[in-house]
Each structure stands twice: as C-alpha cells, then as structure tokens.
Write a protein that binds this ligand. Structure first.
Ligand code: NAD
Length: 489
C-alpha cells in the first residue's frame, strides 16, 4: 500500500479509501494506493501555503535551490531502471520508451537546476529624475500541478522542476490511473530533503482532488496537462481567485509531406509520428497531409509497415507498441473509428482489436489508417488519442497550409520537403507552438513547449517554463525624497 505525502509525512487518505492500479497489458493489480479526495487536498494546500508563507524555501538563494533540484536529477539517474520499469508496468509503453523518458526527465531537472540562479532581475531606465527602477522575478506561491496518464513522470517533471527551482511550494496530483512513478519521485524528493510542506502529493480523482486545487483560494497557480474539456472546466473553476493558469491541452497535429521529400524518411517518420506509444501522445502526427502526386505510393507503403507493427508486452524486446491505457479509452478509440466509417473515410488498415490470443487480456488496438479524409470530418478534427491516422491530399503549398491550420488545436506540426525555403515559409505560417522540419517529435528541456489556439495557455520547458512559475515585480526608488506639495500642508 502506497500513501500520500503531505506536510513532510506519508499519510493515508482521510477516508481511508484505496485504489487498485492496473497493468494495461494484462489487467493485473500492480499496486494499491491511497485514494484521496477534497479533504486531503485541503490539508496539502494548507501545508503548502504555510511552507510558502514562512519563506524558508522561497527565500533560499537560487544557487542553493538549484543544488536541490540537481540532486533530484542525480537520484533519478541512480534509480532510472526502477523508474522505467514502473512506468512500463503502469502505462504499458515499451521499456525502451520508458528508459528514454527517464533520461529526458533527469535532463529536465538538470536544466531547471541550472536556471535557478540565473535571473538576477534587471535595472531599467526610469524616466523620472533622481530615481532607480529594477524588475525582479519572485515565486508565484502555492502551485497546484495536475498531470495526465500518457507521460506520467515526464509531464510531472516539466512542472515540478521549474516550480521548485523558482522557489514555489507544490501540491502534485498525478493521474489516478498512473501515479506510481510520481510517487517514487516524491520519495526521491523526500530523500533530497526539502523543508516540510514544500512538496506535497495527493492522489485521487480529478473531480475531487483536482477540482479542489483549481478552486482553492490558497492556491496561486494551477498548472494542468490533460484534455481540452477538463482544461476548460479548470479555467472556469480557477477564476474564483483569478489564479495564474497554465494549460497544456490536446492536439490534432498535421504532418505535411511534399512529393520532393525523401520518401523513405517521410514514410518512416509518418509511422512513428502517429503510432509511437499507440498514438497516446499529445503531439501525435495523427493527420497526414500528402501531396497528391505521391499519395498512392506513400499510402501503399504505410499500409505495409503499419500491418507489421508488433504489439505486445512493453517488457519484451521485440515489442514495438504496447496497449492502450484502459478499457474505457479503447472504447473511445473504437467509437471514433465507427464515426470515421460513417463519415465516409475509407478504412485502409486496422480498425479492430488484434486477434492474437496472447493480447486478449490487454487493451490492444490495431494501428489504423483512414484515407479519403476531409477536414469537415470529426475523425480529422477531434483528438482520438489512439493509433488512428487520417490522410488528406493537397496540390499546392497554400492548400497544404490551409488544411493544416484548419483546426481548433495548435500544438505541433511538421513539414517534409527538400525545398528548405518552402519549409521555412510553411513553418512561419503554421499556427502551432512547435513546427518540425523533416522530423517529428523532438522536444527537449531547452526549448519551450505549448500550444496555440485551444491547445493551451502558456509554455513549459525552456526559459518560459521557468517564467511561468514567477511573478514579475517592479521596484521603484526615489533617491532624493522630498515633499511634492500636490496637496497643501
Ligand atoms: P484528463 O483531462 O482526463 O485528465 C488529466 C488530469 O486531470 C488527471 O489527473 C485527472 O484526474 C484530472 N482531472 C480530471 N477532471 C478534473 C477536474 N474537473 N478538475 C481538475 N482536474 C481534473 O486527460 P487524460 O485523459 O489523463 O490525458 C490525455 C489528454 O492529455 C489528451 O488530451 C492529451 O492531448 C493531453 N496531453 C497534453 C500534453 C501537452 O503537452 N499539451 C501532454 C500530455 C497529454
């Protein structure tokens, strides 16, 4: 049984409720965790409030805060194999993916550790004689941090590392489905040694724990990664005390391939763009936008390769893709496939559960491709968050951009072509937070990540990822104070 971490102690849920954590590969119970609710969230928020207000952590010099955050990275490095195995057990993703996640995660902590003492503020030119003006950045305060199930620890790291580096106190709420690696890293943060109440972990449902974090007037910032509908609800709830708000929401990301692209690279990357982690990736390239003249040859090759993707246990070396996260999520994907068919999209491959008897206990779904898709279809516009690719065609550069931008989302997109001027023109026109040229998926701690349009508000990673966790203050000083006699004495 795993407990929550509140005010420097491991505690049971006030209600004593427990949740089983399930392995999506075989539905076995892999752990039991305390299942908190709003009451537990209130305790954690109060602890984080007290810890912030007493100033012990927020007044700690940046260099020292950086050392602590760096220490978390070292402990993650030390325990990375255990963490990777836990992530694979909890999410079903391949061990190779989980190992890569852990390397990235350690890198995120190292990056923000390095930034902790780099912003000493700025002296600005004051237009008022005999005065001095400076601008400083201060921590925001108590941060509620809510994460999804697809990259449980990675998404948590993007929030924890900058928040602590900037001197905030935090209440973490991992997805109720996949809390195990966040739990383990909370243990590593305890080992690192923060003042009581700086780091708090409350597990439990979004409707109770998450809602309390969004609603509480003692929380100064809510940082959320998850679905668009939840994001909208959090935005409304957070308005009660006009909290700072950071939202990383979904995507329906276009991948534009021109006839002059390197064929082999573009096919290979198009497959990886959408079928990596069974498509459960916010930046999945789920919309392939193909130049007409290569359409048939490209589609034929994609079909062959999609059929060969080896589904299986994330711990087996030859597995290329694991299961979906839950029965409920697989039903959502299946429902979208039905919608696609009804809308007139042509099912090219997949569109069913695998028949392999060894996969029947897991939430598997075959890599699926639809051709003859148009932008008015829901299967093209809505985030399926599964192994489902839609293919549209274009003839001109303008048309490719118009199709790609025809979306409520604006998280990421890619263009494949050997014509670099064309690629740059298109990159400039795509309304997205990240554009890849002749590649798909790279992200790293140094570069900001986030969405245009309904894909979110704010940025994680990079320098903006730290700024998100700071307030900006202007301090003005009169160096020759004397009465101004606006009102007579
Ligand atoms: P979700 O919105 O269902 O849940 C995300 C988190 O919010 C969970 O911890 C959940 O418990 C909590 N939550 C649910 N209802 C809540 C409420 N009313 N108040 C407060 N918290 C609440 O999303 P999910 O299914 O876990 O994750 C998949 C989604 O996450 C996809 O849409 C995906 O695109 C998105 N995502 C985005 C990014 C990004 O960087 N933009 C990264 C990963 C995932």
């Amino acid at each position: 049984m795993k407990y929550m971490y509140i005010n420097g102690a491991w505690v049971n849920a006030a209600s004593e409720k427990v949740r089983d954590i399930i392995n999506p590969f075989n539905q076995e119970v892999i752990a039991q965790v305390a299942e908190g609710d709003a009451e537990d969230a209130k305790f954690a928020i109060a602890a984080a409030r007290e810890a912030f207000d007493n100033g012990e952590w927020s007044d700690t010099p940046g260099a020292e805060r950086g050392q602590k955050v760096f220490r978390i990275a070292e402990l993650i490095e030390r325990d990375k194999e255990e963490l990777a195995e836990l992530e694979t057990l909890d999410t079903g993703k391949t061990l190779e993916e989980s190992r890569a996640d852990m390397e990235d995660i350690a890198g995120v902590f190292r990056y923000f550790a390095g930034l902790a003492d780099k912003d000493g503020g700025e002296v600005i030119e004051s237009p008022i004689p005999d005065s001095q003006s400076k601008v400083v950045r201060e921590p925001v305060g108590v941060c509620g941090q809510i994460t999804p199930w697809n990259y449980p620890l990675l998404q948590a790291a993007w929030k924890i590392a900058p928040a602590l580096a900037a001197g905030n106190t935090i209440v973490l709420k991992p997805s109720e489905i996949t809390p195990l690696t966040t739990l383990k890293v909370t243990e590593l943060m305890e080992e690192t040694g923060f003042p009581k109440g700086v780091v708090n972990l409350v597990m439990g449902p979004g409707a109770t724990v998450g809602n309390e974090l969004a609603e509480s007037h003692d929380v100064d910032l809510i940082s959320f990664t998850g679905g668009i509908e939840t994001g909208k609800r959090i935005m409304q709830t957070a308005s009660g005390n006009v909290k700072n708000i950071a939202l990383e929401l979904g995507g329906k990301n276009p991948n534009i391939v021109f006839a002059d692209a390197d064929f082999e690279t573009a096919v290979d990357q198009a497959l990886n763009a959408v079928f990596f982690h069974a498509g459960q990736v916010c930046s999945a390239g789920a919309r392939l936008i193909l130049e007409d003249s290569i359409h048939d040859r490209f589609v034929e090759e994609l079909k062959k390769r999609a059929e060969r993707i080896k589904l299986g246990n994330g711990f087996d070396e030859d597995t290329q893709s694991g299961p979906l996260i839950s029965a409920e999520h697989r039903e959502k994907v299946e429902n979208y496939v039905e919608i696609g068919k009804e809308e007139g999209a042509k099912l090219l491959v997949g569109g069913a559960r695998p028949e392999n008897p060894e996969l029947q206990d897991g939430f598997f779904y075959l890599p699926t491709i639809f051709t003859e898709c148009t932008t008015d279809m829901r299967i093209v516009q809505e985030e399926v968050f599964g192994p489902v690719l839609t293919i549209e065609r274009f003839q001109t550069e303008e048309e490719s951009v118009k199709l790609a931008n025809d979306s409520i989302y604006g998280l990421a997109g890619a263009v494949f072509t050997k014509d670099i001027d064309k690629a740059e023109r298109i990159a400039g026109k795509l309304r997205m937070g990240t554009v890849w040229i002749n590649d798909f998926h790279p992200y790293f701690a140094q570069a900001p990540w986030g969405g245009y349009k309904q894909s979110g508000i704010g940025r994680e990673l990079g320098k903006p990822g730290l700024e998100e966790y700071t307030e900006t203050k202007h301090i003005f000083r009169n160096v020759n104070p004397e009465p101004i006699h606006w009102f007579k004495a």
